[in-house]
Design a protein. Structure first.
Length: 631
């Protein structure tokens, strides 16, 4: 796992090696073990290495035999050994190292841009072709590894693993994109290809990019998941295939020349990964869990149960509200504003884990593959409610809006009215009601006059992101459609960003066995009822397949997620901090938001009138980002 950077110049520009060094130094946390640089005609490549495989032979930038291609690579190619054997069998390739990095170079020689079709893994890499004066870059299918870039005024290209590195280049655009903040407040993250800065872009997942002076930037998707046609398969056979595929996926991700362990939350996904690792290891594996003083948020008892069953070397950490002093550091770790509050425990989990191992396997991706989120159940209920005749739903709205139901508090009435309203919507606008961070109507109150009208003129709206995802392909089944949307939005843009930044800030490599594209392609074509079985059983096939491997309590428990008790903290120990950050003169002088609306949101939350913690957390992290990164 590493950090990469590069500067490609037009004939009117020159490469500053000092600038490249400065960019690479900001990525030291991603690669503390080594650094490397290569200056070529029209290009300069920088690299920071976290050594995982072939500790003595994997130095970068790396070239092919005749030095016509130069590569910088961040990630792991799990099937590199098989690929190497196949490439050597052609008689056209000679290898000098045992690293997966060198395999990428020879794959590119053999297949050009289609090299990515052969890779199983997580990656962001760039290859400079000296003869053609052309760059080829690519990002993995699920967006586990980042790649950001911008065009220089004279048509050159600058790229890096993180936005912070780009900011060290004198030509990097500096203007904050308010439209990106609008999307951020809607979803708690900024979706690709946008970044927080105008004219700076992310390479989207499952895309490759080329650049040359003559052609500029070209970008193309190379992979997508399909849910049809459904495979004619007996359920018991599917269970056998699932077990075999996950066993293989875990085995591939246990390839390492440094110590490795597992994140263990006590949920079904991480428990399965732990079980499979334990069965394939000759010695106890190390597991790592994080919890809270608030019992209803802590999953530690379940993690301990799995640890005891598989006799792991288990480690725990407790997150406490006084750790708010750490929030500016957390904000600085993320290259752009990031509004998912679970970034805090994820960071501390990675920090604790890195004290013991260099690589950790996780259960990420199980929910998106097998229908594990509670919001899928909520959508099924809304689908059923939507089947109720419209006049009956209208009557219920009038009753809930009246004063006769004195026994319902305001929050309950609001939830019921929102559910009735959502049930009348099409699928994706309805789904957004289960995802939002700050609702569109609240954003209209929040922004200073004129901003929202500008966003609307640009065509931005709350469900635009979801609708764009299915513009070219829309699965037929309602659950498949939601899984497809999440695999293209929430998973790569939120979950993978959270894990990548939190782990790499602590020089830890995180691997996700559930996010193997071969496994994903297999499971996508199974009936959705094998995943979510109405009225409420989630991950049915996963639980059935691994029923004999896990305690009954783990299989039966409801999904808890990795949320922190931010609602309670903002009403208690962090109440003063909340006001101090959002209502400071410096924050208000940015002229983004109305002071009176911020005061109203804070007051409604702290008095218990309405839970606004997701939006308030996102606003806090936005302001802290400004303080730490974009002062």
């Amino acid at each position: 796992m590493c950090g990469i950077a590069g500067i490609l110049t037009s004939p009117q520009e020159s490469v500053s090696l000092e600038t490249l060094h400065d960019m690479s130094r900001t990525l030291r946390h991603r690669g503390p073990d080594e650094e490397g640089y290569k200056t070529l005609e029209g290009a300069a490549l920088g690299f920071r290495r976290l050594a995982i495989i072939d500790l003595s032979g994997g130095a970068q930038p790396m070239c092919n035999e005749d030095e016509s291609l130069w590569l910088v690579f961040n990630g792991e190619i799990y099937n590199y050994r098989l690929l190497k054997i196949a490439l050597e069998a052609t008689g056209r390739h000679r290898f000098r190292t045992q690293s997966d990095t060198e395999v990428i170079l020879h794959l590119y020689e053999e297949y050009a841009e289609h090299c990515v079709d052969h890779m199983r893994g997580m990656f962001a890499f760039a290859i400079w072709d000296r003869r053609r004066k052309k760059l080829f870059a690519a990002r993995d299918r699920f967006g586990k590894k980042p790649f950001v870039y911008f065009r220089t005024p004279h048509g050159g290209l600058v790229f890096a693993s993180e936005l912070k590195a780009l900011l060290r280049h004198p030509d990097c655009p500096q203007t904050v994109d308010l439209s990106s903040i609008y999307m951020y407040l809607g979803y708690q993250y900024i979706p690709s290809p946008r970044t927080i800065l105008k004219d700076v872009f992310k390479l989207p997942p499952a895309h490759w990019l080329t650049w040359s002076v003559e052609e500029g930037v070209r970008r193309q998707r190379y992979w997508d998941l399909r849910y049809e046609p459904k495979e004619p398969l007996a359920y018991p056979e599917a269970c056998e295939r699932l077990r075999s595929a996950l066993e293989e996926s875990v085995k591939l991700r246990m390839i390492s020349d440094v110590p490795l362990g597992a994140f263990l939350s006590g949920g079904i996904d991480s428990s399965i990964v732990t079980a499979l690792m334990a069965r394939q290891s000759s010695r106890p594996i190390q597991t790592f869990s994080i919890g809270f003083e608030e019992d209803h948020f802590s999953e530690l008892p379940y993690a301990r149960e799995v640890s005891q069953l598989y006799k792991t070397d288990h480690h725990e950490f407790i997150v406490k509200p006084e750790l708010v002093d750490f929030l500016p550091t957390l904000a600085a770790a993320y290259p752009e504003p990031f509004g998912d509050s679970s970034a805090l425990p994820t960071y501390f989990l990675a920090q604790m884990t890195r004290r013991h191992v260099t690589v950790a396997l996780s259960g990420d991706g199980g929910d998106e593959q097998f229908g594990g989120y509670a919001r899928y159940r909520d959508m099924w209920l809304l689908n059923r409610l939507g089947a109720v005749p419209a006049h009956v739903r209208s009557l219920l709205v009038r009753i809930l809006s009246g004063s006769s139901l004195w026994f319902l508090n305001a929050a309950t009435r609001r939830r019921l009215l929102r559910a009735l309203g959502a049930s009348a919507m099409p699928l994706l606008p309805r789904y957004y009601q289960t995802l939002y961070c700050v609702l569109p109507e609240d954003q209209e109150m929040l922004w200073q006059t004129g901003h929202v009208a500008t966003f609307q003129a640009e065509g931005l709206n709350a469900v635009q992101l979801l609708e764009n995802v299915v513009s070219d392909y829309k699965p037929e089944d309602w659950l498949d459609q939601l899984l497809y949307v999440d695999l293209h939005t929430y998973l790569p843009e939120c979950l993978m960003v959270k894990v990548d930044i939190a782990s790499m800030a602590n020089s830890l490599e995180a691997r996700s066995p559930f996010l193997d594209h071969v496994l994903a392609e297999e499971c996508a074509r199974w009936p959705s009822t094998w995943k979510f079985c109405p009225p409420g059983q989630s991950k049915k096939i996963l639980k059935d397949t691994f029923a004999r491997d896990l305690p009954a309590e783990i299989l039966a428990r409801k999904k808890q997620g990795f949320a922190i008790p931010v609602k309670d903290w903002f009403r208690g120990p962090l109440k003063g901090f909340l006001k101090e950050v959002l209502l400071s003169p410096k924050a208000l002088q940015r002229n983004y938001f109305r002071k009176e609306t911020l005061e109203r949101f804070i007051d409604e939350h702290t008095r218990g009138i309405r839970d606004r913690s997701p939006g308030l957390w996102a606003l806090v992290m936005l302001e802290l980002w400004h303080d730490q990164i974009k002062k």
